[in-house]
Design a protein around this ligand. Structure first.
Ligand code: FES
Length: 119
């Protein structure tokens, strides 16, 4: 089993260490460097939706726009609150949906028609 899949299993709670065993630090949102422990603390502080957790920890606001973390966080919310992951609302996406090279934005007005000139 790879190290990566072992971490994901810990984050989803499928495989938990025995009580009294120090849990490793598991980064759930790699883009914003939010750990499983920070997410659980936010949930225990009363932030029970993905949108609220996003506002507190910036999860889902990174380079991948939540593609790498939101489903895992939904599972953690399910564990902590009992709210099924399938019933949780995904946070409102904020543009840009995908990262853009800055040079592409700089060329936006270069074209006389005002359209993007992507050479
Ligand atoms: S892993 Fe969370 S925003 Fe990319």
């Amino acid at each position: 089993m790879s190290k990566k899949s072992s971490r994901a299993r810990n984050a989803t709670g499928v495989k938990r260490p025995a009580s009294g065993v120090k849990r490793p630090v598991t980064t759930v949102c790699r883009c914003e460097e939010a750990t499983e422990q920070e997410i659980r603390q936010a949930i225990r502080a009363g932030h029970h939706s993905l949108e609220e957790i996003k506002r507190v920890l910036r999860t889902g606001m990174g380079h991948c726009q939540g593609r790498g973390c939101l489903r895992i966080i939904a599972r953690i919310v399910q564990e902590e609150t009992g709210i099924p992951a399938s019933e949780q609302k995904m946070p409102m996406p904020r543009p840009p949906l995908k990262p853009l090279p800055l040079g592409m934005l700089g060329r936006w007005q270069d074209d006389e028609r005002g359209t993007m000139n992507d050479e």
